[in-house]
Write a protein that binds this ligand. Structure first.
Ligand code: IPM
Ligand code: MG
Length: 383
C-alpha cells in the first residue's frame, strides 16, 4: 500500500500550495527597484548561441540604463543538462540561488530528459523553474497580420498534469496513475491575468478552453471559475470551447480571426500554442512570457535542437524566438520604448524587408549577422 502513502503526501503538498497561493497576492513592482537585474540563462543545445545574440541586442538597447546602473545583465551559468544530470536535480541548488538573485530572466531552451535516455529521470528544468519561481501565467502571443490573426494565449503554467508529472504512481506492473491538479486560487490568478490583459488592451473577447464535458472535476472547476471571473468584466464577451474543436477551429479561416484571448489549463495550452505558433512561421518564431508575482522568465518556446550542435550548425540557429521573448521582457519591466523599437526592427528584419534570411544551415545567415542587421535597423528607426 505504498502508493496510498504516496498519494497522501501528494495531497498534503498540494493543500500546502493552495494555502501559500492564498497568502501571496502582491506583484513585484519593477518601478520600485533601484536596479533591475536581468539574468541571462543560456541553457542547452543552441540555447547559448541564440541567447548570446539576444544579449548583444539588449546590451545596445539598454546601453544608457546599464551605464547608469539602473539595469544589470547577469549571466547565470550551470543550467546545462550535463550539470543537471551530474547533480541529479532539475535545477541545481546553487544555480537556483543565483536565479533567485535576479528580478527577471531571459532563458534559452533546456533539454528535457525523456524516460530511458542517458540523462536519468530528472524533471524538466522548465517545469521546475515555473514551479520554483511560481510562474503561473504562460503568455504566448501569435500574430499573422495578413490573415487577421492576433491571438494571446494565457496558459496556466503550474497545475494540471504538470503539477505532479514526475510523481505519478506505479500501482502494479500493469497499472500506472498520474494526477491532474486544478485549484481555485491557481485558476483565479490565471483567469484574472487574462481578463485584465483583455481589458487593458482593448480586447473584446476571451475564450476559455477545456474538456469539461469529460474531465469533470478539474476542467469543470477551471471553466466555472474562469466564467465567474469573466462576469466582473462586462465589456468582454466570454465563450467556452472544448479543446478538440478549438484545435480544429484554429485552422478554419473564417472562425480563427475572431479569436482574441484564450485561457487554458497547462497541457491544452502547451499543445494549442505549438499549433498556433505554426501559423506564424513555427515555434522558432514565437516568444513566451512566464509571469509570477515575484519573478518573470522569458523564453523561446522551442527545444534545444541538439542535432544542430552535433552538426556544428549552432551559429546558424534562428534567434528570433528569444528576441521576441526579449520584447516581452523589456515591456514587462517598464522599458516600453525599447520593446517597441525591437519589435518593429524584428518585423522589418524577419517579415517585411528580410534582407538576410536564416535557414539553419550554412546557406543562410548566422544569428550574429541577424543581430547586427536588427541593430542597424534599430539605429535607422531612431534610437
Ligand atoms: C513549452 C515546452 C515545455 C512544456 C517542455 C520543454 C517542458 O513544450 O514550454 O511549451 O511542456 O511546457
Ligand atoms: Mg510546448
Amino acid at each position: 500500500m505504498e502508493y496510498m502513502e504516496q498519494f497522501q503526501k501528494i495531497v498534503e503538498q498540494q493543500l500546502a500550495r493552495v494555502e501559500k497561493m492564498k497568502q501571496d497576492t502582491q506583484f513585484l513592482d519593477y518601478k520600485s527597484l533601484d536596479r533591475i537585474i536581468i539574468g541571462i540563462i543560456g541553457g542547452d543545445g543552441i540555447g547559448p548561441a541564440i541567447t548570446a545574440n539576444a544579449r548583444h541586442v539588449l546590451e545596445e538597447l539598454l546601453k544608457d540604463e546599464i551605464a547608469s546602473g539602473k539595469v544589470e545583465l547577469r549571466d547565470v551559468d550551470g543550467l546545462t543538462i550535463e550539470n543537471r544530470a551530474a547533480c541529479g536535480k532539475a535545477i541545481p541548488d546553487d544555480v537556483l540561488d543565483e536565479i533567485k538573485k535576479c528580478h527577471v530572466l531571459l532563458k534559452g531552451p533546456t533539454t528535457t530528459p525523456r524516460k530511458g535516455d542517458k540523462w536519468g529521470n530528472i524533471e524538466s528544468a522548465n517545469v521546475a523553474m515555473r514551479k520554483a519561481l511560481d510562474l503561473f501565467a504562460n503568455v504566448r502571443p501569435v500574430k499573422v497580420p495578413e490573415d487577421n490573426i492576433d491571438w494571446t494565449f494565457f496558459r496556466e503554467n503550474t497545475e494540471c498534469l504538470y503539477a505532479m508529472g514526475s510523481q505519478g504512481v506505479h500501482i502494479t506492473d500493469d497499472l500506472a496513475i498520474d494526477f491532474r491538479v486544478i485549484t481555485n486560487p491557481g485558476t483565479e490568478r490565471i483567469a484574472r491575468q487574462a481578463f485584465e490583459y483583455a481589458k487593458n488592451n482593448g480586447k473584446t473577447r476571451v475564450s476559455i478552453v477545456t474538456k469539461a464535458n469529460i474531465v469533470k472535476a478539474t476542467d469543470g472547476k477551471f471553466l466555472e471559475i474562469c466564467k465567474k471571473i469573466g462576469e466582473e468584466y462586462p465589456g468582454i464577451e466570454v465563450d467556452d470551447w472544448y479543446i478538440d474543436i478549438m484545435t480544429a477551429k484554429l485552422i478554419d479561416p473564417k472562425r480563427r480571426s475572431q479569436f482574441q484571448v484564450f485561457i487554458l489549463p497547462n497541457l491544452y495550452g502547451d499543445i494549442l500554442t505549438d499549433e498556433a505558433a505554426e501559423f506564424q512561421g513555427g515555434v522558432g518564431t514565437a516568444g513566451s512570457a512566464n509571469l509570477g508575482r515575484h519573478y518573470a522568465m522569458f523564453e523561446a518556446i522551442h527545444g534545444s535542437a541538439p542535432r544542430m550542435v552535433e552538426e556544428g550548425r549552432e551559429q546558424y540557429a534562428d534567434p528570433c524566438s528569444v528576441m521576441r521573448a526579449s520584447v516581452m521582457l523589456l515591456s514587462h519591466i517598464g522599458f516600453q520604448n525599447q520593446a517597441d523599437l525591437l519589435e518593429k526592427a524584428l518585423d522589418i528584419c524577419t517579415v517585411t524587408e528580410k534582407k538576410i534570411a536564416i535557414t539553419g544551415k550554412q546557406d543562410g545567415a548566422t544569428g550574429a549577422q541577424l543581430a547586427d542587421y536588427i541593430l542597424e535597423t534599430i539605429q535607422k528607426l531612431g534610437r
